[in-house]
Design a protein around this ligand. Structure first.
Ligand SMILES: *[C@@H]1O[C@H](CO)[C@@H](O)[C@H](O)[C@H]1NC(C)=O
Ligand SMILES: *[C@@H]1O[C@H](CO)[C@@H](O)[C@H](O)[C@H]1NC(C)=O
Ligand SMILES: *[C@@H]1O[C@H](CO)[C@@H](O)[C@H](O)[C@H]1NC(C)=O
Length: 388
């Protein structure tokens, strides 16, 4: 009787397309867009493209948890927390919603690893946290270090992890953009929650749940932000040499605790965490973990309340499991030190590294090209200097 969600959606799109024609706006580009928006119907690809998995899309998937989760209701008791009214809005929001962990997938790629049974065929999964508006970063990563390819005889796959743009007016546009990207690249996991800084832990936990269901056999996961430059070949080489079992490496941070100054992006008031101590953790810009450790984090996370800072939360999961995060000198989430008279963009400084933080898209493109230049000659002066 009722139209399915994807049918409704398609109907809306064709109305939208014919209106465009009426308005005489049917330029080649716009027609192309309409074509892209409706093409999936013809190709029977609506599974990958519909904003929510439709029943027909779910058929053929192993045991789909079909029922979308009930919308999460805010915790009314938070007003009883002392000083609640004086907390910044996003902290209040976190406390109101931190018990909510079940969010419907809007875009999914259940076959990314070839299904659970064949997932041991995937060596490295690049899981990149990206906000919907970071389109240019995603496009650049796809063309550079995030290419899906064989490296040193093993397979690399890529996924972007997204929520929904928190800004009301832009959200529908950006959701449509993600649908288009999904159609073209099939590399987006999107869930129906507000993509904000204090929801990054939620994103992380949802990713581990996805991994458990869809890619349990993956050997290694790179987990990081979309503004880092990753030398994927080096990550693969490093992972190939790692031992079985636990691995969790990055920029190790120890002996720190919550920042209590209200102006900080990382401000965590005692109402969120009373303790003055964080467990050892790796800075969230980028880290490499084994499949074993990713699964351990998944199990531990089910009993650990969400904490707004995602990398610290991973440290909590590891600590509970009795596992330690470790430092890797090739992972520079605070940048690298280059002697003042040297060319700061010298690819020789980057060729030996695994990851460097804060690269603009054009820099990613340049560096990706430069480190792969067959003629690149690097002298012995190229040492790796300890950062901070
Ligand atoms: C807040 O605390 C008061 C007193 O402890 C209690 O009576 C009330 O039920 C609480 N409110 C909520 C919404 O939990
Ligand atoms: C709601 O908030 C109160 C006060 O912080 C807390 O004690 C309670 O456990 C919360 N309830 C849920 C479902 O998280
Ligand atoms: C996290 O996402 C949920 C669901 O969209 C939203 O209700 C909540 O306000 C978000 N939390 C923060 C801190 O932005």
């Amino acid at each position: 009787m009722a139209l399915s969600r994807s049918q409704r959606c398609t109907k809306k799109m064709s109305q939208w397309c014919s209106r465009l024609e009426l308005w005489g706006l049917g330029t080649v580009g716009l027609l192309g867009l309409c074509y892209l928006l409706s093409r999936d119907e013809w190709l029977g690809l609506s599974a990958a493209a519909s904003p929510e998995p439709s029943p027909s899309a779910a058929a053929g998937l192993p045991a789909p948890s079909a029922e979308p989760p009930a919308p999460c209701t805010p915790n009314a008791s938070v007003h009883n927390i002392s000083g609640f009214a004086t907390l910044p809005g996003h902290v209040q929001d976190f406390l109101r919603y931190k018990h909510c962990r079940a969010f419907a997938p809007l875009l999914d790629v259940p076959g990314k690893c070839g299904g659970p049974a064949r997932s041991p065929g995937i060596f490295l999964l690049l899981a990149i946290k990206s906000s919907p508006e970071n389109y240019v970063r995603r496009e650049t990563i796809r063309k550079t270090w995030g290419q899906e390819r064989w490296v040193a005889g093993v397979r690399v796959r890529r996924l972007f992890l997204c929520g929904v743009a928190p800004g009301g007016a832009e959200a529908p546009k950006l959701n449509r953009l993600l649908q288009l990207e999904q159609r073209e690249h099939g590399d987006i996991l999107q869930w129906d929650f507000r993509d904000t800084f204090f929801n990054l832990t939620l994103k992380q936990v949802l990713f581990h749940t996805w991994l458990e269901e869809n890619c349990p056999g993956v050997h290694f996961v790179f987990n990081g932000d979309d503004d880092v430059f990753v030398n994927t070949d080096n990550v693969v080489r490093f992972a190939l040499s790692a031992e079985d079992g636990h691995l969790f490496v990055g920029h190790l941070i120890t002996n720190v605790g919550p920042i209590r100054s209200k102006g900080s992006k990382y401000y965590v008031p005692p109402q969120v965490m009373a303790s003055e101590r964080y467990p050892p953790y790796c800075g969230g810009g980028g880290m490499v973990m084994s499949g074993f450790t990713a699964r351990t984090i998944y199990r531990e996370s089910r009993d650990i309340e969400l904490f707004p800072i995602d990398d610290v939360y991973l440290g909590m999961c590891l600590e509970k499991a009795g596992l330690a995060p470790a430092s890797h000198s090739g992972i520079r989430t605070t940048g690298i030190y280059v002697p003042s008279r040297a060319e700061p963009f010298d690819p020789c400084y980057y060729r030996e590294l695994l990851l460097v933080h804060r690269f603009a898209p054009y820099e990613m493109a340049l560096m990706w090209q430069a480190i792969r230049e067959p003629g690149l000659r690097c002298g012995r002066m190229v040492g790796i200097y300890p950062s901070t």
